[in-house]
Ligand binder design. Structure first.
Ligand code: TYD
Ligand code: MG
Length: 481
C-alpha cells in the first residue's frame, strides 16, 4: 500500500502537533518554536494493520507476585543515588543537559565501570567518531575497559544489532538527536525523528531486557527538538546541570518510576573527568569566609540528603532609577516576595537599593525553606553586620512574615553539627501536636516565629559583641585558607 506524506506542524519545545503554523505555540506559549514537519503515514517497524493483530488484552490485580526490580549498580555512587540504587533492566533513562556539560564523560565513566564489573555494555556514539571517543577514554584512563563502542546513526541498523546481541546490561545512545530512522521523512533532531527513534529504542530495551540511556541536548534557541518531548516516554529523566565556569556538576533526577525524585548527585569536573563529591556541604562551604555582612548558611535538603550552602547578598545604593534585582541560583520571584515582606511587615527599606543574590558554588535551590537564610543574608547586608558564623538558617517565610515549618529539621541540624556549626535559626515549634524536636547535642536552637524577630536581632546591640573570635575560621571552611 502506497503511503502519502502528511504535512503537520510540531512545536520543537513541547512537541504539540497542530494542523497549521503559528508564531507562538498554543500549548506551551513559546515563540517561534513551531516548525513544519512532513511525515510519511507509514506503519511502525513491526506493526501489520491486519485483523488478526487485534488480540484482547488481559486485566490483572494489583498484588501480583513479581519481586522488586533487580538493580545493577553502575559503580558510580552519585549516579546510583540519583537512579534510586542502580539500573533497572528494561528501563529507559533520559540524560538531558546543555552541550559540553559532561554527559558523554559521565556515561563513558559509568559504562567503563559497569563493563569492568563484568557486565556487557554497548556505547553507540552518533555525535563523535570512534577515534574521538577513544581520545576521551585515553584522557580518562579507561582504555582498558571491555565495553563495546560503535559510531552509528542509522537506527534500523542499531535496532537490528540490539535485537541479536545477548546478555546486554546497558546501551548508551549519545545522542538521541543524531539518530535517524529512514522511514521518517525528516531530518535527525526533529521532533518526529527523536520520538520515533526513542520509541524503537525503548521498545527494544523492554523486549530484550537491557537498560537504555538516551542523551538529549537542551538548546536555548529551540532549534533542535528539546528532550522535553521524550519525558513522558522514558522511565527516568536526569538532568545534568552546572555552570561551565564552575567545576561542580549536579545530576538531578526530575522523574523516576523506580525511585525517589529530587535526589542530586554532585560531581567535580577535573583533569581526569568527573569525580564524585561524597560530602557536597564541605565543598560548597570550602571558600566561605565568616564575619562578612550579607552571608548566611542555609541548611537545605536535596532529595534525602542535607546540603549546606552559603547564600551571599550584596546591596548597592541606587538612589535614582529603578533598583536592580539580580539572582543566581534562586528564584527571582521569591526574592521579590521576600523583599516585599521585609518592607511591609518588618519596616526594612530596599527601594533605593540594588540587590544581588548568589548561591555560592553554583547550586540551584528550589526549596522554600531557603527563605529564612536569604532573609538573614539580606538583613545582614542591610545592617552591615555579619550573621553568627557558627549558625545555619532554614525556614519558609509566609506573606504575613510568619516563619513556617519545613520538613526534616533534624537531618538539617545533624548535617550542620557534622560540619562544625553550633547554632541554628529555625521556625518556632507550634504547640499543635508537633513531634518534639531532638536536636543534636552540640547545636543551640534559636526558634523564631516571625521575620521581625530576625530583624530585631540584627538591630540589637548584643549582636555586635558576639563571643566569636574573629581569628577563628568559619565552620565548614578549609582550615588552610
Ligand atoms: P562532554 O562529556 O563532551 O559534554 P557533553 O557530552 O555533555 O556535550 O564534556 C565536555 C567538557 O568537559 C569539555 O568542555 C571538556 C571537559 N572535560 C574536562 O574538563 N575533563 C575531562 O577529563 C573531560 C573528559 C572533559
Ligand atoms: Mg557529548
Amino acid at each position: 500500500m502506497a503511503t502519502r506524506p502528511i504535512s503537520r506542524f510540531v512545536c520543537t519545545q513541547c512537541g504539540a502537533v497542530t494542523g497549521k503554523w503559528a508564531g507562538r505555540c498554543e500549548t506551551c506559549g513559546e515563540w517561534n518554536s513551531v516548525a513544519d514537519e512532513t511525515v510519511e503515514a507509514a506503519p511502525g517497524l513491526t506493526a501489520k494493520p491486519t485483523k488478526s493483530n487485534n488480540r484482547k488484552i488481559t486485566f490483572t490485580d494489583l498484588a501480583g507476585s513479581a519481586a522488586p526490580p533487580q538493580r545493577t549498580p553502575t559503580g558510580i555512587a552519585e549516579l546510583d543515588r540519583v537512579l534510586g540504587g542502580g539500573l533497572v533492566p528494561g528501563s529507559a533513562i533520559l540524560l538531558g543537559g546543555d552541550p559540553g556539560i559532561g554527559k558523554s564523560t559521565i556515561l563513558l565513566q559509568a559504562a567503563a565501570s559497569l563493563a569492568g564489573a563484568g557486565q556487557r555494555v554497548l556505547y553507540i556514539s552518533g555525535e563523535e567518531a570512534v577515534e574521538q571517543v577513544r581520545m576521551r577514554a585515553r584522557r580518562l584512563g579507561l582504555t582498558g575497559s571491555p565495553m563495546e563502542l560503535a559510531a552509528a546513526i542509522n537506527l534500523r541498523d542499531i535496532i537490528a544489532s540490539l535485537e541479536t546481541a545477548s546478555g546486554v546490561t546497558l546501551v548508551v545512545i549519545d545522542s538521541i538527536q543524531t539518530m535517524w530512522l529512514d522511514q521518517i521523512d525528516s531530518a535527525p533532531g526533529t521532533v518526529s525523528q527523536v520520538r520515533a527513534c526513542s520509541f524503537e529504542l525503548i521498545r527494544a530495551a523492554k523486549t530484550r531486557g537491557f537498560a537504555v540511556v538516551l542523551v538529549g541536548h537542551v538548546t536555548k534557541d529551540g532549534a533542535i527538538a528539546g528532550p522535553r518531548v521524550l519525558e513522558h516516554m522514558v522511565d527516568a529523566v536526569l538532568y545534568f546541570e552546572g555552570d561551565r565556569g564552575h567545576q561542580f556538576r549536579i545530576l538531578r533526577g526530575v522523574k523516576n518510576r523506580f525511585g525517589a525524585t529530587d535526589e542530586i548527585g554532585v560531581f567535580e569536573m577535573g583533569e581526569a573527568g568527573l569525580s564524585e563529591v561524597p560530602n557536597p556541604s564541605a565543598l560548597f562551604l570550602a571558600e566561605r569566609r565568616g564575619h562578612i555582612a550579607g552571608s548566611a548558611v542555609f541548611a537545605g535538603l536535596e532529595g534525602t540528603r542535607p546540603v549546606l550552602v552559603e547564600i551571599q547578598c550584596l546591596l548597592a545604593a541606587n538612589p535614582g532609577g529603578s533598583p536592580r534585582r539580580s539572582v543566581i541560583g534562586w528564584d527571582g520571584g521569591r526574592l521579590s516576595m521576600l523583599l516585599a515582606v521585609l518592607e511591609t511587615r518588618c519596616g526594612a527599606k530596599f527601594q533605593a537599593t540594588d540587590v544581588y543574590l548568589n548561591v555560592a558554588g553554583g547550586l540551584r535551590i528550589t526549596e522554600p525553606a531557603a527563605d529564612l537564610a536569604v532573609a538573614a543574608a539580606l538583613v545582614s547586608a542591610a545592617s552591615d553586620m555579619p550573621t553568627d558564623p557558627g549558625m545555619v538558617f532554614f525556614g519558609e517565610v509566609g506573606l504575613s512574615g510568619e516563619i513556617r515549618q519545613v520538613a526534616q529539621a533534624e537531618a538539617r541540624l545533624k548535617e550542620a553539627e557534622k560540619l562544625g556549626f553550633d547554632a541554628a535559626c529555625l521556625p518556632r515549634r507550634v504547640a499543635r501536636g508537633n513531634r518534639p524536636l531532638s536536636p543534636p547535642p552540640g547545636i543551640t536552637l534559636r526558634e523564631i516565629g516571625h521575620l521581625s524577630d530576625l530583624v530585631a536581632r540584627f538591630a540589637s546591640a548584643d549582636e555586635k559583641t558576639k563571643p566569636h573570635d574573629k581569628a577563628s575560621p568559619a565552620p565548614g571552611a578549609t582550615k588552610s585558607s
